[in-house]
Design a protein around this ligand. Sequence first.
Ligand code: NAP
Length: 347
Amino acid sequence: MNEQNRICVTGASGYIASHITGQLLASGYRVRGTVRRSPGDYPWLTGLPGARERLELVTADLLREGSFGHAVEGCRHVMHTASPYALDVRDPERDLLEPALHGTRQVLEASLASGSVERVVLTSSIAAVTDEPRSGHTYTEEDWNERSSLARNPYHYAKTMAERAAWEFMERRKPGFDLVAINPTLVTGPSLGPSLNTSNAMLRDILSGVYPALMDMNWGFVDVRDTARAHILAMEIPEASGRYLCTAGEMTMKELVGLLRENGYGRYPLPRADLSGRAGTALMKLLSRTQPRHIGTFIRTHIGRTIRVGSEKITRELGMRFTPPEESILEALEDMIRQGHLPDRRG
Ligand code: NAP
């Protein structure tokens, strides 16, 4: 039955989307994935079980007008994941906002024009929920990031504007399909493709001496395979609606580094000095001024704060159960070593 359901996955080459594509094929769906280069450049997609019979790759670009018409034509559902994921870019408007915002509008317009699309699942982010966590508050689907701008956390701004534009489109155009958004926290775990995702790169940086000291910072984490499953459940469960925060739980930088030490990563240049106290936070805020602009802003808006993200809605309505962050992080590291992104210095 799934064979008759064609699903469009935008940005199929990406870290999260490759797993979505793999899981859709494993469930028997036909998938039309959009990519930017020639289909032959994506062996990790074309080699997936079921790909030969049921995966089609077509080219589309978020910035090219009319690019997605062919991609969504005849599809029952659309997973819109394509969007640049980078914290530090040269021109935030050109490199982040335009593709995120214009791309989302294009995909929704194309879905409307198709007449076949019944649901669009949008990959949004915790970045559209907050860019400056309020300690003591548990974030829910009601929370929106209202502080980012092109000058302040532009990736967060682009994701917020794109998700807002999607909901506004639904309100204004009243299309015959519905929209569900998935808002993952920091996604970790093994990668099907060869490139290193921005989120796993943060783990690599912690193991590579990029962070000389422990900072008072924490992150919400979610496994990439769970994130993919959440997208598919959001597509399949008829009652799914609105936004879903997608998270397995939080870890502080101190806990993360402790996990790495306890699991054989003690010979890597891990942060040693402990600057996670109040004085350390004040010092790190000063030092953040020496960092590239957007990294510095990110540090200043996150340091000394504790994020807590609720997963009540996604567990109740989609039945999601999450891999513990520790497991996902350790698997991500093994995968990075296997793929050559990290030297093997384990004891
Ligand atoms: P990724 O591996 O960098 O994937 C991004 C995808 O978007 C790639 O397929 C990329 O294509 C495509 N893309 C970028 N610019 C494009 C353009 N102008 N036209 C067409 N395609 C374009 O990152 P990811 O982590 O899987 O991110 C996927 C989605 O998840 C994004 O919307 C991101 O904001 C969101 N997200 C990620 C995380 C996380 O921690 N990883 C957390 C929350 C939300 P190329 O391969 O050609 O570059």
